[in-house]
Design a protein around this ligand. Structure first.
Ligand code: SF4
Length: 133
């Protein structure tokens, strides 16, 4: 585990959080023109995906601070290996509204998974893609 909530952040926001956006993974199976995550423009963070334990600790802390809505993003969030467990965990923690922002390029069998059905919303991005040389 690497994550620890910054004390000043917690003091500043108190219990006033309402909505959080969590970036799970850098990876993506598309290559959109406007994307910030492309290797060739050098915008890459050190870690390629968040550790599951860190993600759970983050959303637990944010819940304690008042958050009710959670959006899971990437990269492409369906490429995050612990996505289903994280959706389930977020509902167990009491998030009232959980959604993912996806490019829709995932196997449709995911739609049948019990945890995936716990989502309140699936948002599809429509982007302009190009083929990498
Ligand atoms: S779908 Fe999103 S993350 Fe993937 S390449 Fe396009 S803009 Fe980037």
């Amino acid at each position: 585990m690497n994550y620890k909530m910054d004390k000043k952040f917690r003091e500043y926001y108190g219990t006033n959080l309402r909505q959080v956006f969590l970036y799970l993974v850098d990876k993506c199976n598309l290559n959109c023109v406007q994307c910030l995550y492309k290797l060739d423009i050098g915008f890459q963070v050190e870690k390629k995906e968040i550790d599951f334990e860190d993600a759970v600790k983050l959303i637990s802390d944010f819940k304690e601070m008042g958050a009710k809505k959670l959006t899971l993003m990437g990269g492409e969030p369906t490429l995050y290996k612990s996505l289903l467990e994280l959706i389930k965990k977020s509902k167990e923690l009491g998030y009232e509204y959980v959604r993912i922002d996806t490019n829709g390029q995932f196997n449709s069998s995911l739609l049948e998974k019990e945890e995936f059905k716990m989502l309140d919303e699936i948002t599809f991005s429509i982007d302009r893609t190009y083929k990498r040389d």
